[in-house]
Ligand binder design. Structure first.
Ligand code: AKB
Length: 339
């Protein structure tokens, strides 16, 4: 018979790497890791199965339905904001049609085994669109219902998929003779900029933070593509994984909504540079704004209000900005490049 498993898409990505490591640390290896690229050996060793495949491949999705009994899906596969701007049609297919494919897979799975399938979806601060810097400054800590006016294809994708998940969870086939639950228990967090000490980001507009730190640790010069005053919220990867775990484990009755803000600290690019230069005194960091990419960052909030996540499912970051740098980023990244 089929074993109950958790499916992780985008398994080889930054969040996927951290999530699989956390699952393995807690002894859970009933994982199916799916990624477009072959799953690296170190991740493969922590999973029951690892599959290289495309979430747009219907034959693959049918194979997953037939071979596995999936009770939870962490759908991490996505084209991030900068990359999505260069290939918007591909971004729509992967980020939206791919997500709908996985939601339908969750629905099919729930019909087979009779239990809800928890569908954990990383959304993003990219769903927000502040029209100009004075408004961004006045907006302060933006709430989930405010400024949902994305200015990127990625942000539009994430905003629509949040609504798709809410529809399948709360309004699926509402006009049918016998309304029935889809069996999809969709839950989403809007991640801020994520900084990992272990992996390097690719294709994101918030990547400048991680790029700056990793370049300084490697002794390489870094020309930051946003201006010194660019400010957005961030969190380090361990807190991102913690948020996914807490949201997935929350009793359904505790959830007042399906989409939540989470954050840990907000930094301007020059505050970031100052912290990096203090840790790496020889760091050669300059600012060479790419106005088009910097304009995207300017539409994202300086900070978000994550009090609903705290109230509903006990969210609290473990790493404020000081601890993030002194206990996680600097020591871990330094060790990585000393070897
Ligand atoms: C990106 O920059 O596209 C992502 C995000 C903020 O969602 N890191």
């Amino acid at each position: 018979m089929r074993k109950p498993v958790t499916l992780i898409t985008g398994a080889s990505g930054e969040v996927g790497y951290g999530l699989i490591e956390r699952f393995a640390q807690s002894g859970n290896t009933d994982l199916v890791a799916l990624d477009l690229k072959p799953v690296p050996d170190d991740l493969r060793a922590m999973c029951g199965s690892a599959i290289a495949g495309d979430i747009l491949d219907q034959n693959l999705l049918q194979r997953l339905i037939s071979e596995y009994e999936i009770h939870a899906i962490y759908h991490l596969a996505a084209l991030l904001s900068t990359r999505a701007e260069f290939t918007p049609d591909t971004a729509h297919r992967v980020n939206v049609e791919g997500t709908l494919n996985l939601i339908n897979l969750a629905h099919e799975q729930s019909r087979w085994h009779g239990n809800p399938v928890r569908f954990i979806f990383p959304s993003s601060i990219a769903v927000y669109g502040l029209p100009d810097l004075p408004t961004k400054r006045r907006a302060g800590r933006v709430r989930e219902s405010e400024w949902n006016l994305p200015t990127t294809m990625y942000g539009c994708n994430k905003c629509y998929c949040e609504q798709l998940g809410r529809y399948y969870t709360e309004y699926y086939r509402q006009l049918s003779a016998e309304p029935q639950s889809s069996g999809v228990d969709f839950r989403s967090v809007r991640f801020p900029g994520l900084i990992s000490a272990i992996t390097l980001p690719s294709g994101g507009t918030s990547d400048y933070a991680a790029e700056m730190i990793h370049c300084a640790a490697r002794g390489e010069p870094y020309a930051c593509f946003v201006g010194e005053d660019a400010r957005i919220p961030f969190m380090v990867m361990p807190d991102a994984i913690k948020a996914l775990e807490l949201l997935a484990a929350a009793p359904a009755e505790k959830l007042s909504q399906r989409v939540y803000n989470v954050t840990a600290f907000s930094l301007s690019a020059h505050e970031l540079r100052d912290r990096v230069s203090k840790a790496f005194p020889k760091a050669d960091i300059t600012f060479a704004p790419d106005r088009k990419r910097a304009n995207i960052i300017d539409t994202w909030p300086a900070d978000v209000d994550d009090s609903l996540a705290t109230n509903d499912w006990g969210w609290q970051p473990d790493y404020d900005v000081d601890r993030a740098f002194t206990e996680y980023l600097i020591p871990t990244i330094s060790k990585r490049y000393e070897q």
